[in-house]
Design a binder for this molecule. Sequence first.
Ligand code: ARG
Length: 249
Amino acid sequence: MKRYFGLLFLMAILVASLGASAQADTLRVATEAGFMPFEFVDPDTNQLVGFDMDLIRAIGEVLEMDVTIANVNWDGLIPGLLNNHYDVIIAGMTITEERAESVLFSTPYFESVQTVVIRQDTEDIAALEDLAGKIAAVQISTTGDFAAEDVPGIRSIARFNTVSEAMQAVINRAAHAAVVDLPVAEAYLAANPSAPLRHLGPAAENEFYGIAGRRQNPELMERINEALAQLRADGTYDAIHETWFGAQE
Ligand code: ARG
């Protein structure tokens, strides 16, 4: 009997330590995969693919960590991170002062900008300011939402959970324009060539995407920043960029 308990005790320790090391070696990532070409579901394979997905998997390789990626609602990303449901967010998330009060951002990994998406037959919108008196469609709590809010005299903002719903609102004439990240607008138009839409090009100040982690875990973000620097130095970053955006001039 005594022996039996000893064995059980040993097994319990073994299981506990295996569990602990498995957790330490896994990077739990969250994204919102409605953001082609950064994160989206490949319809053929059902896998999460895109620039961010390749980047975070490459970071996982450098750090010798397994990467698991959860696809959650955009406005649930930061609350889920703060509640320790995952370790980091990579979701084309722009580094903003307000977000940086609650999360810890990596060094910037991508430079982006807002654009305004309109119907091809729209003639009276040529800049963000022209949304005065108009209805803008946005993904809720994105920098597109904030940019629309800042337009003096804007009539209203229709807030959606996803970019594709915001685009659909413009197609349906429920909104005059959508304010979204430019690379995502371009990918959307390329993937939906029959959508009667165009976009205005850069329509605001540049912004920078960062990976977000918990402020209580600066060690992890330090390692991620080191991995990012290594991937830039060894050409992996450029290769991933080329995969999703073509060769750079
Ligand atoms: N860059 C914008 C922001 O940070 C939009 C990001 C949306 N990302 C997404 N995966 N839906 O607010």
